[in-house]
Design a protein around this ligand. Structure first.
Ligand code: GDP
Length: 491
């Protein structure tokens, strides 16, 4: 039995232009083939080259994944501590899962693109509920790292100080880097390399850690069979800075502002439990409206309710024409029209903003006669990342935001980034006030330049010149982010 929207929108493309592959057991993951039916905005089409590359990568994941002979051999090599003399059949990148679900999704998407570019199999750390939120993205294998018997039992605690990090091995001359200009092969080809390296691409990455984004270092890393990667951000704009990757990236993503859009729709399918949360809510509260407006209000547990932030939200939606103005008492009322209904989906840890918006549209008529309903699925009050029911709600709410037609997001939030990318829309971003004067910023919000997430802490070091440099200067499709001026994003 297909859900109602499914039957209504008979023309949708359930495989998103070949991004998804047919042939999965549909019962095991309803969202994979149903989600397109819930999207008014079909989104961008993947390039034929991306589609064929994904099929080849799926074959690689099957050939190298847990349970295969190649995987057992690679584990053996890892236990030995040394790289094999001849190139091994399979190499791996493990994505550590930590922080909020937005961070975890961006980290996994980043590691996946790196895996595709370097011919590695991606394995995701199942920690922090990552094994209980998503369906398997690759057919007939698993993307989850089996913890039992894995020779690096402490990998999820690796940090900037870990001796086996690429940055520390470079600093301590365990690995001898070339001069960084990409011409260092003769000096490095002979050196024995470890079987694994930890790549620390976190907000506190050092200059040496960030040499990951240099061409010569990528040639070294290619010879290390196992990489464990930690990032709390979206490092993809940094991959576009690596000369060795540029040509391939251009072929995969001729539309550079839609990289996460495709990666996200390819990788992250809510599992059946979360899909139930998404579809029951959507069908009950959002489906029948003429237009859906998502408003993500990112607040933190200890913060008091802020009338200034509420004012910022309402003046943003009013000035940008996203929601109708309300009339003051005594003003002449235009007849209400159900045909012009709008449903507002508010997501937040707090309920106060939603309560205020809902009251506003109950107590006052709208100037246009539009009918506005306001909804908020949950208000968890405090962030409890890694707790099952909390994370499932958070993931369901990100997904619901991605099913809205118009998005208002909070600046610098990975939660909002994931929603906008899956949706395929450029959001209106509520900028954080420049100082803590608590005044409402003017303008209250701005239209984002692209739907791409922002890489919050990009490398600022030129590989060749060995000095600080602004990479956005040389690459026309990379800009600084409006919501985090030191960050970089694809446009
Ligand atoms: P970021 O911190 O804004 O970049 O987003 P993250 O998703 O990485 O971390 C925030 C975490 O706080 C989420 O994963 C949720 O656990 C929780 N959270 C924040 N906002 C919301 C919300 O609107 N709804 C729900 N259910 N949880 C939220």
């Amino acid at each position: 039995d297909l859900p109602m929207v499914h039957r209504r929108a008979a023309h949708y493309d359930r495989l998103y232009g070949g991004l998804l592959v047919d042939g999965f057991n549909e019962e095991s993951c309803h969202s994979r083939y149903q989600s397109a039916a819930y999207r008014r905005n079909p989104g961008r089409r993947p390039s034929p080259y991306l589609v064929s590359k994904l099929r080849r990568h799926e074959a690689l994941q099957r050939r190298c994944g847990p349970g295969t002979a190649a995987y057992s051999a690679a584990l053996e090599q890892l236990r030995s501590g040394r790289s094999a003399a001849s190139p091994a059949e399979c190499a791996y990148v493990i994505s550590i899962s930590y922080r909020g679900i937005g961070n975890r999704i961006l980290a996994a998407a980043s590691a996946f693109l790196y895996a595709v570019l370097t011919g590695r199999a991606l394995l995701v750390d199942p920690g922090n509920e990552m094994d209980d939120l998503f369906c398997e993205p690759f057919p007939n294998t698993t993307w989850l790292l089996p913890p039992a018997g894995f020779p690096l039992p402490d990998y999820a605690n690796f940090s900037v100080g870990t001796a086996a990090s690429y940055g520390n091995m470079v600093r301590n001359k365990v690995i001898i880097r070339g001069d960084g200009d990409g011409d260092d092969a003769p000096t490095t080809a002979a050196q024995p390399l470890p079987a694994f390296a930890y790549v620390h691409l976190n907000y506190d990455a050092t200059v040496e850690d960030n040499s990951f984004f240099c061409g010569g270092d990528q040639r070294l890393l290619r010879r290390i069979q196992w990489l464990v990667m930690r990032t709390d951000s979206y490092i993809v704009p940094g991959l576009f800075l690596v000369p060795e990757f540029r040509e391939e990236l251009a072929a995969l993503f001729p539309e550079r502002d839609a990289v996460f859009h495709h990666l996200g729709r390819y990788l992250f399918h809510p599992n059946n439990h979360v899909w139930g949360l998404v579809t029951r809510y959507y069908d009950t509260y959002l489906a029948s409206a003429r237009q859906r407006v998502g408003i993500q209000v990112r607040v933190f547990g200890g913060m008091p309710d802020s009338p200034e932030l509420l004012e910022q939200i309402t003046s943003c939606t009013r000035k940008e024409g996203l929601l109708p103005q309300v009339l003051a008492a005594g003003e002449p009322i235009s007849p209400a029209s159900r045909a012009k209904s709008k449903a507002v989906l508010v997501t937040s840890l707090k309920s106060w903003y939603y309560e205020e918006l809902k009251s506003m549209y109950w107590e006052h008529a709208t100037a246009t006669g539009e009918v506005v309903s306001v909804h908020q699925p949950s208000h968890e009050e405090y962030q409890r990342s890694g707790a099952a029911s909390h994370d499932r709600k958070a993931w369901a709410e990100i997904y619901l935001l991605s099913l809205t037609d118009v998005l208002v997001t909070s600046g610098r939030s990975t939660f909002g980034y994931v929603a906008q990318g899956l949706a395929g829309v450029r959001p209106w971003v509520l900028y954080k006030p420049a100082n803590s004067s608590a005044a409402v910023p003017d303008p209250p919000c701005g239209r984002d330049v692209s739907m791409e997430p922002c890489f919050h802490k990009p490398p600022g070091h030129d590989c060749r010149l060995k000095q600080w440099a602004d990479p956005s200067k040389d690459v026309p499709y990379i800009q600084h982010c409006d919501d985090a001026i030191w960050g970089l994003k694809l446009v």
